[in-house]
Design a protein around this ligand. Structure first.
Ligand SMILES: NC(=O)c1ccc[n+]([C@@H]2O[C@H](COP(=O)([O-])OP(=O)(O)OC[C@H]3O[C@@H](n4cnc5c(N)ncnc54)[C@H](OP(=O)(O)O)[C@@H]3O)[C@@H](O)[C@H]2O)c1
Length: 135
């Protein structure tokens, strides 16, 4: 299951022509008339989506929150892990940001990758774990 704000959903559609495949796409919007073009599911509040997630606890389906900014911020306290990719580059056009992770989060894994013929910039994959939610 993939949870996303309406703008992130629309940016994926504009880039690829379709929503992310082979998963349930959950779109958050306050617009009661919003009709996604494809078979995605629309919700109108964080609370509604949290209820949906609570119903998933004992299933195999992993719940992924894929942005944007406010959506990351709202779900961060409920997340067990953050998968973060850091690209060694600066965009002057950026207008949406991932929230700062405070000391409730610890790095559990990191992998650095050098630029190559496929990747213009050095980049790193980091996995953070939420210390407050560890069993
Ligand atoms: N690089 C990455 O990993 C990454 C990841 C995600 C997104 N992005 C980029 O970030 C941009 C979009 O991010 P964004 O932060 O501007 O927008 P966003 O979070 O994707 O969408 C914002 C919209 O979500 C809805 N929303 C937000 N909070 C809500 C709430 N509490 N209840 C109901 N609906 C709510 C509202 O939709 P309505 O206005 O319809 O009410 C709001 O305008 C895109 O360009 C996308 O490509 C990049």
């Amino acid at each position: 299951m993939c949870i996303q704000g309406r703008s992130t959903y629309e940016s994926i559609i504009s880039m690829t022509g379709k929503p992310l495949q082979n998963r349930r796409n959950i779109i958050l919007t306050r617009d009661q008339n919003f009709k996604p073009d494809y078979s995605s599911f629309v919700y109108h509040s964080i609370e509604e989506v949290l209820k949906l997630i609570q119903g998933q606890v004992n299933t195999e389906e992993e719940v992924m929150v894929i942005g944007g900014s406010m959506i990351y911020k709202a779900f961060l306290p409920y997340a067990d892990k953050v998968y973060l990719t850091i690209v060694d580059s600066v965009s002057k056009e950026a207008d949406s940001y991932f929230p700062m992770l405070d000391d409730h989060w610890k790095v559990a894994n990191q992998q650095h990758n050098e630029a190559d013929e496929k990747n213009k910039y050095n980049y790193s994959f980091l996995t953070f774990e939420n210390k407050c939610r560890q069993k």
